[in-house]
Design a protein around this ligand. Structure first.
Ligand code: MTE
Ligand code: MO
Length: 437
């Protein structure tokens, strides 16, 4: 009888409160009244205490607590995505269920002693405090979607085993980010056209370190950072609040339109340089290869680091293996669509017969209904459509594919884009659903 359908089952066996925080519509007297009949008791406060590891040698012992709805891909380091069914419920993904992708333990950073170091400018090393970052520069806000290069990797795994976390379709989320403009910060601390003669890249280094002391790092092309239309932020807020620990507190770089991996969290250092970041994740990971390349033949130097991502879309409702009633005559289909590089999704085509016939879905962007500036469509579109059930069909093969304003579209199958690392998985998304008489 739950108006939201079987989503209520997400909370089964645990505390209800985290879900109430997600769905604010529940916080009403009459809902409590309806529920009181089902109440079986109050959880023992002891059992609610964070199950913290007490092992002093465990670098993961101080990790933040996380929302129970997250589907965990790896616990240490923490990697998790929201349930697909919840992902497209809100245009802005609540921070608690925003996908989380950590390579290392979450560092504890004291905002009082935090310093952002900037190197490679004529003035030498600049050290910026958090309050300087907040007070010296205007606070800029953008809405931007982040997607991990490995989103939808599990579909590649079905073709042939790849190396990497087995992400479903929800290693992508959308948030508002506020902070200082990287361009404005660089110009303020002495970036000049002369610097640009040699410099070609902006390197970022996190404060999260592995056992050898190597920090997470990545870089982006200098022109992205310097462009007035690039909108690269040194963000200290996510969805109107301080960045949560998992998302890079106190400062992360948000590089809209660019693969998640370059959006360095817990940002400790920026280097203006003639070369790319030397980090493992820039040099020997997050690159695309031919389906014919295997671990014996792969040469990471031969391929460019992924920056702007290709076009993507997926179906978040209905779920694979669920069923629809023939009597309903229609099936409601929902999902998300996004493209990298600020390219705007202009159309999503949906089929319920495996791609023989197509329908155009209705696209939704921000609640404000604002159109993004050309070339700066950083945020996803949600889409929805009611499609009539084909006569006599026992099963539907629901398919979606998106088109961006450069008329890029998605490949129809995974096989030809398969690659050993399982990145850039953006084939037509397919979901099979039964029709019940
Ligand atoms: N930054 C640091 N310092 N350490 C990391 O492990 N992971 C990267 C990127 N920035 C990472 C990082 C990757 S691969 C992705 S996809 C995004 O952060 C994920 O951002 P999120 O956890 O806020 O969703
Ligand atoms: Mo990622």
């Amino acid at each position: 009888m739950h108006p939201g359908g079987d989503k209520i089952l997400l909370a089964a066996g645990g505390a209800l409160e985290p879900y109430w925080a997600l769905y604010a519509v529940h916080k009403e007297e009459h809902v409590l009244e309806i529920l009181s009949e089902y109440k079986i008791g109050v959880l023992n406060p002891e059992s609610l205490k964070r199950q913290e590891s007490t092992d002093p040698l465990d670098p993961y012992s101080g990790e933040p607590s996380r929302h129970p709805a997250l589907q965990i891909n790896s616990l240490k380091p923490f990697n998790a995505e929201p349930p697909a069914s919840v992902l497209a419920d809100s245009y802005i993904t609540p921070s608690a269920i925003f996908f989380k992708r950590n390579h290392l333990p979450v560092p504890k950073v004291d905002p009082e002693t935090y310093r952002l170091e900037i190197e490679g400018l004529p003035s030498g090393v600049v050290s910026v405090t958090l309050s300087e970052l907040k007070s010296r520069f205007p606070k800029r806000t953008i809405t931007a979607t982040l997607q991990c290069a490995g989103n939808r990797r599990s579909e590649m795994n079905k073709v042939k085993q790849v190396k990497g976390l087995n992400w479903g379709i929800a290693a992508i989320s959308n948030a508002t980010w506020s902070g200082a403009s990287l361009r404005e910060v660089l110009l303020h601390y002495g970036f000049t056209p002369e610097v640009a003669i040699n410099a070609k890249h902006i390197q970022f280094e996190g404060l999260d370190k592995d056992v050898t002391g190597a920090a997470y790092g990545a870089s982006i092309p200098l022109n992205k950072a310097l462009s007035e239309e690039g909108d690269v932020l040194l963000a200290y807020e996510m969805n109107g609040e301080d960045l949560p620990p998992d998302h890079g507190y106190p400062v992360r770089v948000v590089v809209p339109g660019v693969v998640g991996a370059r959006n360095v969290k817990w940002l400790g250092r920026i280097v203006v340089s003639h070369e790319e970041s030397k980090s493992h994740w820039q040099q020997n990971d997050y690159k695309g290869f031919s389906p014919g390349t295997d671990w014996d033949t792969v040469d990471f130097k031969s391929a460019p680091a992924i920056q702007e991502l290709p076009i993507q879309s997926a179906i978040t409702h209905p779920a694979e293996g669920s069923s629809v009633e023939r009597g309903d005559e229609e099936v409601t289909i929902k999902g998300y669509a996004w493209s990298g590089g600020g390219r705007e999704v202009v159309r999503v085509d949906v089929s319920v017969d495996g791609g023989n016939t197509w329908h155009v879905a209705k696209l939704y962007s921000s609640d404000l209904g604002q159109n993004p500036a050309p070339g700066r469509a950083w945020a996803w579109k949600l889409w929805e459509i009611d499609v009539p059930l084909p006569d006599g069909a026992q099963e539907l093969e629901i398919v979606c594919k998106a088109v961006d304003n450069s008329y890029n579209t998605q490949p129809d199958t995974v096989g030809p884009i398969w690659n050993l690392r399982g990145v850039l998985s953006n084939a037509w998304h397919r979901v099979k659903v039964k029709v019940k008489d």
